[in-house]
Design a protein around this ligand. Sequence first.
Ligand code: NI
Length: 135
Amino acid sequence: MRVTVSRKAHFNAAHRLYRREWSDERNQAVFGKCNNPNFHGHNYELIVSVTGEINPETGYVIDMKDLADIIFEEVEIAFDHKNLNLDVPDFENLIPTAENIVVVVWNKIRNRIDNSNDLEVTLYETPRNFVTFKG
Ligand code: NI
């Protein structure tokens, strides 16, 4: 029996969506308000779901405490109260859109999860806008 275990997390971060090599006009046309040169913030919500077999000895797919610790170490410490463009090396050459953030988060957590388990990450940038990556 494969069961999905999910954990919610949260971080606040600032970003700006733009390409250095594009003109101001083109950045404004493509990214609009998200191109604000002084950055802007979001209250990001994260749902991390791990699917796998129930371990017959523990009754767990994954220990929720371990999953919480992994999210804390890999995502919250790295992103919370940071400027994603300026403070987070993952976005030095990658536009911090919700799509790119969810892939970065997925890769960080994937490295810490047993290979036999599947991983899905959903990232809410606003209550109505969210993205999902399953690898
Ligand atoms: Ni934004």
